[in-house]
Design a protein around this ligand. Structure first.
Ligand SMILES: [Mn+2]
Length: 273
C-alpha cells in the first residue's frame, strides 16, 4: 500500500519554499522568536491554550516568529484544515500576521504534510528545512533537526520515504480518515521504537553537525526535534559556532528570543500537564 522505494532525487528541493533572501520579517530593533516541537493536538488543551497566549502576547511584540517544525502533533494533509482545532490554530496565526508580525514555518517530521494550503489558511510563510538568514551580528541557520540524527538508520530510511513526492502524492490521495489511522499507527510504532533505541542514537550526530556548520560558513545553528534543550559551543577550523536546541512544549511553553545580538530563553508561567 505504501511503496518502500525511495530515491534521493525525489527529496523536495529547497527552492520549493521561501529562500533565505526572501525572508523579510527580520526587523532590526525587534526581536525574532524561535519555537519548535509544540506538538499541538486537541488532546492537550493546556498546550494549545499556551500557544494562544504566546501568539497574542510575545509573538505580537516581536518582528518575526520562526516555527521550526512539529507545531502540530500530526497533520494528515492540507484538507485537514476543516477540523475545528486546526482551524483555530490557523486563525490565531493569521491574526498575528495581520497585526504585523512575520511568521515563518518549516515542517517537522510530525507536520511534514503542511504545505501551501496550511500557509494560505494561516498566513505563515513556508521555509525550507535548512534556511540561512542574516540577522544582527549573526548568520542563523534554521532547521527542524531530524536530518542531523544520522545514527538512527531506521528513522532516516523512514524520513526519506515520507519525503518522497510520489509517496506523498499516493498518501494524500487516500481518504482523510485512512490517513489519520495510518499516522496514529506510525506514532504508536515510533513510541515503541523510541523505548528500544539507545538515547544517543536519537540525538544529532556530532560529525553531521560539524560538516553542516563547515558547509554554511560557521553559522549559529538553531533547531528542535531532539527535545534536548541546550546551547552548545564549538570551535571548528578556528571559528566559534553555536548550536541552540529548542525545547519541546511538553511541560512548558518555551521560546528562544534573539535581539540581533543576544539569545534569551523565555517561558510561559503555566505548567502544561
Ligand atoms: Mn520532530
Amino acid at each position: 500500500m505504501f511503496p518502500k522505494k525511495t530515491s534521493l532525487s525525489n527529496v523536495p528541493k529547497l527552492s520549493e519554499f521561501t529562500s533565505a533572501d526572501q525572508v523579510t520579517g527580520v526587523v532590526p530593533g525587534l526581536p525574532a522568536l524561535f519555537v519548535a516541537d509544540l506538538h499541538l493536538t486537541d488532546k492537550r488543551p493546556q498546550a494549545a491554550a499556551a500557544f494562544f497566549d504566546f501568539i497574542v502576547g510575545p509573538a505580537k511584540q516581536a518582528g518575526s516568529v520562526f516555527i521550526l517544525g512539529d507545531l502540530f502533533e500530526y497533520w494528515a494533509g492540507d484538507d485537514d484544515i476543516e477540523s475545528a482545532f486546526n482551524r483555530d490554530i490557523c486563525e490565531a496565526l493569521n491574526a498575528t500576521v495581520a497585526a504585523g508580525t512575520a511568521v515563518y514555518f518549516m515542517t517537522g517530521n510530525r507536520d511534514l504534510l503542511a504545505g501551501e494550503g496550511f500557509a494560505r489558511a494561516s498566513g505563515v510563510q513556508l521555509l525550507a528545512d535548512m534556511t540561512s538568514i542574516r540577522f544582527g551580528t549573526r548568520t542563523l541557520l534554521l532547521s527542524h533537526g531530524d536530518s542531523l540524527c544520522t545514527d538512527d538508520h531506521d528513522y532516516q530510511a523512514f524520513r526519506l520515504q515520507v519525503r518522497n513526492p510520489e509517496w506523498q502524492a499516493e498518501f494524500l490521495s487516500k481518504p482523510l480518515d485512512v490517513r489519520r489511522n495510518f499516522i496514529n499507527k506510525a506514532r504508536e510504532q515510533s513510541e515503541i521504537a523510541k523505548h528500544e533505541k539507545r538515547a544517543e542514537i536519537m540525538d544529532v550526530n556530532a560529525d553531521a553537525v560539524a560538516s553542516l556548520l563547515r558547509s554554511h560558513a560557521y553559522p549559529t545553528l538553531i533547531h528542535g526535534h531532539t527535545h534536548r534543550p541546550a546551547r552548545h559551543t564549538y570551535l571548528i577550523d578556528g571559528h566559534r559556532c553555536e548550536r541552540h536546541v529548542l525545547p519541546d512544549w511538553r511541560d512548558q511553553a518555551v521560546w528562544l528570543v534573539f535581539d540581533g545580538n543576544e539569545f534569551t530563553m523565555c517561558s510561559g508561567s503555566e505548567a502544561l500537564v
